[in-house]
Design a protein around this ligand. Sequence first.
Ligand code: HEC
Length: 156
Amino acid sequence: MRNKLGLICAAAIALAASSGTVFANDTFDGAIKARKSLMTLYAFNLGQLGAMAKGEADYNAEQAKTAADNLKVLASMNLGAAWPQGSDSTANPGKTRAKVEAWTKYPESAKIHGELIEATTKLAAAAGSGVDGIRANIGPVGASCSACHKAFRETN
Ligand code: HEC
């Protein structure tokens, strides 16, 4: 009897574990990884420009132009597929910091993204012509990043 109960328990645990796998929401893992990667690339390129603007790194026209061009290209990519419905932080706690409001207030997040495209286009046009070109145009880029994070990214 004890053995039989043990068996039933083992079976129940196995079932729970397997149904956990079936129902765990890993459908969005690829999309979440892709959008975080985009953000990482934004930060990597913006960081180089920020360091030059602040005088923490020597100004290098080619590097500045390349980083700013990259930002423009990254912002202009259509990565809409990396933001599927249901891949928000409420439905996928611990996996993503993208607030559900990014979807429920959708036109707002798209508007900020549009501002980022505009700001990176201006920065790309100016970054190769001197550190002042970065300084004069980096503000609106950073502001677009921050505006979106403030509204649509969990702080934790
Ligand atoms: C349209 C909105 C939006 C814009 C614009 C935006 N971000 Fe993000 N960012 C997000 C959201 C939402 C997340 C959370 C993504 C997730 O966890 O799935 C995020 C996450 C990040 C992360 C963390 C990535 C990780 O691995 O968890 C970094 C770094 C980042 N953003 C940098 C930037 C920079 C730099 C810019 C501007 C050049 C920028 N973002 C522009 C919405 C935006």
